[in-house]
Design a protein around this ligand. Structure first.
Ligand code: PLP
Length: 411
């Protein structure tokens, strides 16, 4: 990593020292920046330097930074009531459940605090649904190269041994299918398969959308087998692909949908949405959460949904996604280093011919003050705020072009 630490930046130096002394080293050597504040799609570091953010807190900051409606709502709600308890009814939770089920074409919602918890809830609901019928099914299938979270069950469902192997013994009942491969799915769908969990656009592994035919056939195969189809929209949901859910773009109706990341505009909230038929399997006490669905996070999510409507963000994601995709394809013609471009709205992945993603990320940060994500050694990932403007997208493309030229000159 290019170290651009400014020795004058005492806040950065103190933070790095404290982190290295006291924080679990799970994030390794981080990018040497501490952000002080943000506005729109721009983040300002503690040394005063301003950055164009094409990462958006990894698909979390859908409204960018300092959105007035969101910050006012949070401030007002925090002053009134941060937490009561799920022992009582919660106004904002009930309203959010109504709005989100409508937007997702589902019947019931449950709120938790993260994507992993939302997927955990989906696995529990799948298993208890068959248990209640007296015909237990335990098997849960997921795709290779998928990412579903870091808890023991979700890391097991994550089809990447590097993430789950060290935690053996892993919870039983999980198995894997090849990504976007119907033959593999057909082979693995056994009578004891409770559910199949899929990302329609795999995010963490570098933005890989499944084919339309695969999504439709997966839906049909699950129905034929009596298995539930869970679509993990933690990264792809909230309008990012140009539809509120990626599943809506594919024209399929899942039995369960999980959301998190962008839902709270930066506050931690996850959601499980499901069909009415499944909901009754959970009896009181079968599942729950202390913090999940509290007034503060739910009021933030309601403000996020208000802004979606006001700013037509799903449509915006589509427009800016098209602009970035065609700009990247243009750059591909000029720069042989840029190998493959994959996108679904504002989820974009670009493979480099050589494992230079980290070098390009660091070049763009230090030379252009543009933030991008390197997911894997040869893949750049872009998940910008959905409020990205046309001018900002152009600015990014120009910066990337210069970055590629510099990298090519060095090679
Ligand atoms: C598709 C998908 N599912 C689940 C998760 C886990 O979400 P969280 O980190 O909020 O637990 C992620 C996180 O990156 C994700 O991309």
């Amino acid at each position: 990593m290019t170290d651009n630490t400014n020795p004058q930046d005492q806040r950065l130096a103190r933070t790095m020292e404290a982190d290295q002394a006291a924080y679990l080293p799970v994030f390794g050597q981080r990018i040497p920046l501490v952000f002080d504040h943000g506005q729109g799609c721009r983040l300002t570091a503690t040394d005063g330097q301003d950055y164009l953010d094409m990462v958006g807190g990894i698909a979390v900051n859908v409204l960018g930074y300092a959105n007035a409606r969101l910050t006012d709502t949070i401030a007002r709600q925090a002053a009134r009531l941060i937490h009561s308890s799920n022992l009582y009814y919660i106004e904002q939770q009930a309203e959010l459940a109504l709005r989100l089920t409508k937007l997702c074409g589902q019947d019931r919602a449950f709120f938790c605090n993260s994507g992993a918890e939302a997927n955990e809830a989906a696995f529990k609901l799948a298993r208890i649904y068959f248990y209640r019928q007296g015909k237990p099914r335990g098997r849960i299938l997921s795709a290779r190269q998928s990412f579903h979270g870091r808890t023991l069950a979700t890391v097991t469902a994550t089809g990447q041994p590097k993430y789950n192997q060290p935690y053996a013994p892993l919870p039983p009942g999980f198995d894997y299918v090849a990504f976007n491969d119907l033959t593999s799915l057909k082979q693995q769908l056994t009578p004891d398969t409770a559910a199949v969990i899929l990302e329609l656009v795999q995010g963490e592994s570098g933005i890989h959308p499944v084919d339309q035919a695969y999504a439709q056939a997966a839906r049909e195969l699950c129905t034929q087998n009596g298995s539930l189809l869970i679509i993990d929209e933690v990264q792809s949901g909230m309008g990012r692909t140009g539809h509120f859910l990626a599943a809506q773009g594919y024209g399929i109706k899942p039995d369960m949908v999980t959301l998190a990341k962008g839902l709270g505009g930066g506050l931690p909230i996850g959601a499980l949405l499901c069909r009415e038929q499944l909901a009754a399997a959970f009896h009181p006490g079968d599942h729950g959460s202390t913090f999940g669905g509290g007034p503060l996070c739910c009021s933030a999510a309601l403000a996020v949904l208000d802004e979606y409507e006001r700013l037509d963000l799903t449509h915006q994601a589509n427009l800016r996604g098209q602009q970035l995709t065609s700009g990247l394809r243009q750059l591909q013609k000029e720069h042989p280093l840029l190998k493959e471009i994959r996108s679904a709205g504002l989820m974009l992945g670009a493979d480099l011919q050589e494992p230079l993603a980290v070098a390009l990320r660091d070049d763009l940060r230090t030379q252009e003050h543009v933030l991008v994500n390197a997911t894997g050694p040869a893949t750049l990932r872009l998940l910008p705020p959905l409020i990205l403007t046309e001018a900002e997208a152009e600015l990014f493309l120009a910066a990337l072009g210069r970055g590629l030229t510099r990298l090519e000159a060095r090679a």
